[in-house]
Write a protein that binds this ligand. Structure first.
Ligand SMILES: Nc1ncnc2c1ncn2[C@@H]1O[C@H](COP(=O)(O)OP(=O)(O)OP(=O)(O)O)[C@@H](O)[C@H]1O
Length: 406
């Protein structure tokens, strides 16, 4: 298989094939199995070790030839929401919903990090905490070495310029009463009000062209554009301030499949050409792998696995990652019928009462009784590949059933 990031996302189907995860090999006799984690009380958030350090931030030197320092460091980040049942008395105590339960990772300048996971796994909450539109309830977000929570007003303004977002629903994200030109120019006019109008117009036209829109459409309104074109407008708006980090939250999931490929390829080109750091969030691994140097797999607010894209796609270690990969359809109907899939049964548990121990255990084919007792350690498999499962090398119940069946 070629490097997933080198492939062009195919426009014909919008998808491409991801190999079935290799069946887990039974441990050789005498092979030490990772020690089960020590029991911890249920409900304590997962304190992951940083999933990548400066040393494995992609291992790529920056433009000056030095190993890049992280532009973003997320340390044991937690976000909980207070939830009060509808119709409850004002004095009824609220409950906590743990949307992000202790996540850590680094991002190098110019690096592209994919974040995947089912709906409700906390991806958007993570993004909003990094941008600063919601407050964290624990841990830290460090941007260029500065703690977001401790930033002065001036630093916060700079942070709002340097970190921009592209949203899921392109039309809903654009003000219907503004022209495309004004929509794209707005962040520039707000942050740099002294910019001459001629210069604003020049930058808008340049960006429209860069994202594949005809500059002579500058006076049109959003409803006159297709979904894909609206997303291009959203991307141009996000780039006008020349941000250092672009966070794309499900940027193509609301688009037609044929258009998805064009937008994914555009983002990939822009990220590479502008040297942008990028966080690309999606529930679909087949999309994420095309734009990401590394991928973080999230489940119920926790990191299950992190690895370089190719390693994660060709050699997924966590049962959840294996199930995610197996859920990507193969375009060939014969191969699709033949392949065996790890089944991911049941629903995502409520983040208001997550399972004790490993949060994935209630749906995991490799779960053992002791998985309920403590948080799984984040095992380092080398080359920045980390997995939060001490039994990732064990055969699953499903593997055993298949062997018995024949
Ligand atoms: N403002 C909020 N108030 C209360 N709960 C929230 C809020 N925002 C998110 N949540 C809850 O936090 C959990 C994580 O939500 P989040 O949107 O971050 O997940 P996600 O992985 O991005 O899912 P999706 O792909 O559907 O957007 C969900 O249970 C969600 O209902």
């Amino acid at each position: 298989m070629t490097d997933p990031k080198d492939d062009k996302f195919t426009e014909a189907t919008g998808r491409d094939e991801i190999a079935d995860p290799a069946p887990a090999a039974p441990p050789a006799s005498g092979t030490p199995v990772a020690t089960p984690p020590s029991p911890e009380p249920a409900g304590i958030a997962h304190k992951d070790a940083p999933v990548a350090s400066e040393a494995d931030n992609g291992g790529r030197p920056d433009r000056t030839g030095k190993l890049a320092r992280p532009i973003l460091r997320v340390e044991d980040l937690r976000v909980a929401f207070d939830i009060r049942p509808r119709g409850a008395w004002p004095w009824t105590p609220s409950k906590k919903l743990h949307a992000v339960g202790g996540i850590s990772f680094d991002l190098a300048p110019g690096e592209s990090l994919g974040v995947v996971g089912e709906s409700g796994s906390g991806k958007s909450t993570l993004a909003r905490a990094i941008v600063g539109t919601i407050a964290s309830t624990g841990g830290r977000v460090m941007f260029e070495g500065e703690d977001l929570a401790a930033m002065s007003e001036r630093q916060r303004r700079a942070h709002r310029r340097d970190v921009q977002m592209v949203f899921q629903d392109p039309l809903a994200a654009l003000n219907p009463r503004m022209t495309v030109g004004d929509i794209i120019a707005e962040p520039l006019v707000t942050h740099e009000p002294k910019t001459p109008r001629k210069e604003v117009r020049r930058r808008v036209a340049e960006l429209m062209e860069r994202v594949g829109l005809l500059p002579n459409l500058v006076n049109r309104y959003p409803h006159e554009f297709s979904g894909g074109q609206c997303q291009r407008i959203g991307i141009a708006r996000a780039l006008i301030l020349k941000p250092k980090l672009l966070i794309c939250d499900e940027p193509v999931s609301a688009l037609d499949v044929s258009v998805q490929a064009q937008v994914v390829n555009l983002l990939k080109e822009l990220q590479r050409d502008m040297g942008l750091a990028m966080i690309f969030i999606a529930h679909d691994l087949s999309v994420v792998k095309h734009v990401s140097d590394r991928i973080v797999v999230m489940y119920l607010g926790r990191v299950m696995e992190v690895a370089r894209s190719k390693a994660l796609v060709t050699n997924p270690e966590h049962p959840y990652t294996q199930a995610l990969i197996a859920s990507v359809p193969i375009p060939d109907p014969v191969l699709e019928r033949q392949r065996q899939r790890p089944v991911l049964g049941g629903e995502l548990p409520s983040p208001m009462s997550p399972p004790s121990g490993c949060v994935f255990r209630t749906r995991c084919p490799k779960a053992r009784p002791d998985c309920a007792e403590g948080l799984p350690p984040m095992l380092d498999l080398g080359n920045g590949h980390r997995v939060a499962c001490p039994y990732h090398k064990e055969p699953s119940v499903l593997d055993a059933a298949r062997r018995m069946a024949g």
